[in-house]
Design a binder for this molecule. Structure first.
Ligand code: PHB
Length: 544
């Protein structure tokens, strides 16, 4: 790959004042811009107005509009808000981070042991990988405690303010230490790390010493370097083939429960046992699961160009699909393999990969002639999207459904006793009954279509229609009220919620409910499930 010739300043308004190397001549400009839009949206928490995006990226409004129209067509953002103008990241975007996490394999191989340790200790446990001079989380088993910050999958922290950092730094080259010192000089307050509070001038500057100690001890501590009260202890998980650090496992606590010193005596021994078990697991991993390559992408983008014309930036759509070519059974791809997996012309795939290498999203290994994804792929949406819930996933789809059929649409779950349903999301058009249903309302399960869909749906039935068997209830709760509901299933085929359309008997006969309302309701259920399945591949998605 051509070496960067000189540097240009970072675009205005970015959190990280990181100098950017000039793009190689073959890099795809729309792809660089599309990635910038996704990163600024991620840093902003998932939502920006087009003018906010203009400011954050330094791009012209017409460019922002074409990029967001393309991303919206791909299902990676939604345009919403009162005037339909806010740009919002969608759960679908998580397929990019999922490609990295599944190619890496570590979350799938190690998460059960991390979760079990968190349960046993009743403390948060995380897995992190090194990302240049930072650490990035790839798994979180988080306790719900309000006392300190908890990090999300994809969050990037400066190595020197963490427990895992000194362990990773034991493997840094001189070049990596140099770029760490440059970053410290350029950004003394850590403004390039939006997940943490700014650094205080009183914070210790003893990273080299901590690294030497970590090399000697094989473990490392964070004694309130991120914020007062937050303490952590970390142990490296080594790749049995190379002996190098694959990831670092940490137990995170609070000084109200453990001082940094007693983390060492109380929690470190259990963490070390877990890490030893993780390293045994890595010695004999199960064979990777084969996933079909997304090879129809080239045709898909060509059809979209036909349909949308100038507003569809084909090179951006084609480029983004290259990231989805990676996965558990395709962790490293040659150029030929990347082109084949996506159905793109070799020259197109090559330019996309050159662009990603320039952006630090892909690494090229000259020995094997292969490309791999880097942890930075998680900066494309993962932190804000990994903290979603089923009700938040469902809301925009229910809004679309209610607007289409001009009736109220809702999502509900079963309460633990299974005797009641509880509404968790709702898109109301008109009020058709005397009971005022809002999110949180509970109703008897047996008397409602939602409750019956939740109670009676058979597990895991294959096929489109049978996957969404419907329940129709006439005069439910009060005379004249009619509702039709279908189950919502998780990745394992278990019913986790139900969606319904409620109408008045005078507006739709029972037959019309089935012929007119059921098809769009089923489509909505399918969309909610698609988002749920993408979002829950590596994160737990709670009902609300
Ligand atoms: C740390 O403070 O070093 C730390 C915090 C949270 C984690 C891991 C490490 O999950």
């Amino acid at each position: 790959m051509p070496a960067p010739a000189h540097t240009t300043p970072a675009p205005q308004g970015t959190a990280a004042p990181e100098p950017q190397a000039a793009a190689p001549a073959e890099a795809v400009t729309p792809l660089i811009r599309g990635v910038a839009v996704l990163r600024r949206l991620t840093e902003a928490g998932g939502t920006l107005s087009p003018s906010g995006l203009e400011r954050a990226t330094g791009l012209a409004r017409s460019t922002v509009d074409r990029i967001t129209a393309t991303l919206a067509h791909m299902g990676y953002v939604r345009l919403e808000g009162r005037d339909g103008r806010d740009v919002v990241l969608t759960p679908r975007l998580m397929e990019l981070g999922n490609a990295y996490l599944s190619a890496l394999r570590l979350p799938a191989l190690l998460d059960a042991r991390a979760d079990a340790l968190a349960d046993e200790l009743d403390e948060s446990v995380s897995l992190a990988v090194g990302d240049r001079d930072g650490i990035r989380f790839i798994h979180q088993a988080t306790r719900r405690r309000a006392m300190s910050l908890s990090f999300r999958i994809g969050d990037l922290l400066p190595a020197e303010r963490t427990a895992p950092g000194p362990l990773f730094a034991t493997e840094w080259t001189r070049e990596e230490w140099r770029s760490w010192r440059e970053r410290r000089a350029r950004d003394p307050k850590d403004t390039g790390f939006p997940a943490i509070p700014p650094r205080r001038h009183t914070d210790p500057d003893d990273f080299a010493e901590r690294t030497a100690r970590a090399a000697r001890d094989g473990w490392s501590l964070d004694d309130q370097l991120i914020e007062p009260g937050l303490v952590a202890v970390s142990v490296p998980v080594r790749d049995p083939a190379t002996g190098r650090i694959a990831c670092v496992a940490s137990v995170v606590s609070h000084t109200s429960r453990h001082s940094a010193d007693d983390l060492r005596t109380t929690l470190l021994p259990r963490l070390r046992e877990t890490v030893a078990a993780m390293e045994r697991d890595l010695r004999e991993p199960p064979p990777p699961q084969a996933t079909p390559a997304p090879s129809d992408l080239a045709t898909w983008t060509a059809a979209s160009k036909q349909e949308l014309g100038r507003e569809f930036v084909e090179s951006l759509a084609r480029g983004l699909t290259v990231l989805t070519a990676f996965g558990e059974d395709r962790p490293a791809l040659t150029l030929t393999e990347a082109a084949k997996a996506t159905g793109l012309a070799r020259a197109t795939a090559r330019r996309a990969l050159i662009t990603y290498e320039h952006l630090g999203l892909v690494r090229h290994s000259p020995d094997t002639h292969t490309f791999t994804l880097t942890p930075r792929v998680l900066s494309l949406g993962f932190p804000p999207l990994s903290r979603t819930s089923l009700s938040r996933i469902a809301q925009p789809h229910l809004d679309d459904l209610a607007a289409e059929v001009h009736e109220s649409a809702s999502l509900a779950v079963l309460t633990p006793s299974a005797e009641e349903i509880q509404y968790t999301a709702r898109a109301a058009t008109t009020r058709i009954m005397s009971v005022d249903i809002t999110v949180g309302t509970r109703l008897p399960a047996h008397a409602t279509a939602l409750g019956r869909a939740l109670l009676t749906s058979p597990p895991d039935t294959p096929g489109e229609a049978s996957a969404h068997p419907y329940s129709l209830v006439d005069s439910e709760l009060e005379a004249g009220l009619r509702a039709i509901a279908v189950p919502i299933r998780d990745r394992a085929g278990r019913t986790v919620a139900a969606a319904d359309i409620a109408t008045h008997a005078a507006r739709h006969t029972p037959t019309e409910c089935v012929t007119l309302l059921l098809p769009p309701l089923r489509e909505t259920a399918t969309r909610i499930e698609a988002d749920l399945h993408t979002a829950s591949r590596f994160t737990r998605v709670p009902p609300t």
